[in-house]
Design a protein around this ligand. Structure first.
Ligand code: FES
Length: 84
């Protein structure tokens, strides 16, 4: 297993496009993975400036950018990364 860092953008665009639903992400991470996931809030990741606003909300998992991030997609990616 590998520890990962998740950064959830709370900039205005992402917040309006759905990141507001991700503020309690830590509660949805499966118990057995929680020690392996560090979840951080972040100011605008500046991805909304270069990319389509419609692709927000953005999060990052280590160096991976996840667009149109919703709970199920994020949990799937976290599990993949942690378990390798
Ligand atoms: S508001 Fe999220 S990347 Fe800019």
């Amino acid at each position: 297993m590998k520890k990962v860092t998740v950064r959830v953008c709370s900039g205005t665009t992402c917040f309006v496009m759905g990141a507001s639903n991700l503020q309690m992400l830590h509660e949805y991470v499966p118990e057995e993975l929680r020690d392996w996931v560090d979840i951080q809030g972040a100011h605008c990741l500046e991805l909304c400036r270069d990319r389509n606003y419609g692709a927000a909300p953005y999060i990052t998992i280590d160096d991976e950018i996840v667009a149109e991030a919703d709970l199920s997609l994020i949990l799937e990616r976290i599990e993949q990364r942690v378990r390798g």
